[in-house]
Design a protein around this ligand. Structure first.
Ligand code: S3P
Length: 186
């Protein structure tokens, strides 16, 4: 970032809903982490990636937590870490794709944040995640079987739709971040 860019920064205190956090939700591959970082820069807010916090908390990769302890244990850790993350003001949080499924997590989001759904078609998600991930150590455990991933995607649409705001996440990440900023400031 050049000195000129620093002069142009427009720090935001609270968003137009009075919230001090933004929670990005959506299916695996919709760009929550990439867009989250860009959005945090635009707002001059912090950025947290829930999956990174979970991995740090557990001292293991997400795939290892699933393999060693199972999904239920992963979900408990996810809620624990989300609760801690909600304490930090002026923060954009990229939630894991499954986080909003649990009512307790949705309640935490509703209390502390404006939630934004990064909506994307399954075909586009598959292009982004599907083949790139197969067999890599950091691979998303719930994408191991594309047909199972598709059915999870379908089940979750109604949950993501409960977010406060929705944006088209098929656009380039910088454009998605700019659209969210406009919605948050107006
Ligand atoms: C999951 C999504 C992943 C990660 C875990 C479970 C899900 O996060 O939390 O593998 O249930 O959709 P991303 O959405 O960041 O890939």
């Amino acid at each position: 970032m050049s000195p000129d860019d620093v002069d142009r920064l427009r720090p935001m205190e609270r968003d137009s809903r009075g919230k001090l956090q933004v929670h990005l939700v959506g299916f695996m591959g919709c760009g929550k982490s990439t867009v989250g970082l860009l959005l945090a820069r635009r707002l001059v807010w912090n950025f947290l990636d829930l999956d990174v916090l979970i991995a740090r908390h557990a001292g293991r990769l997400i795939a290892e937590i699933f393999a060693d302890d199972g999904e239920a244990h992963f979900r408990q850790t996810e809620t624990f870490v989300l609760r801690q993350a909600t304490l930090k003001p002026r923060t954009v949080v990229a939630l894991g794709g499954g986080a909003p499924v649990a009512a307790v997590n949705r309640e935490l989001s509703a209390k502390t944040a404006t939630s934004v759904w990064l909506r994307c078609d399954f075909a586009e998600l598959q292009r982004r995640v599907g083949s790139a991930e197969a067999g890599t150590p950091g691979a998303r455990p719930l994408w191991a079987d594309p047909e199972a991933a598709r059915s999870l995607f379908e089940q979750r649409q109604a949950i993501y739709a409960q977010a406060d705001l929705t944006v088209d996440a098929e656009a380039p990440p910088a454009e998605v971040a700019a659209s969210i900023e406009t919605l948050l400031r107006s």
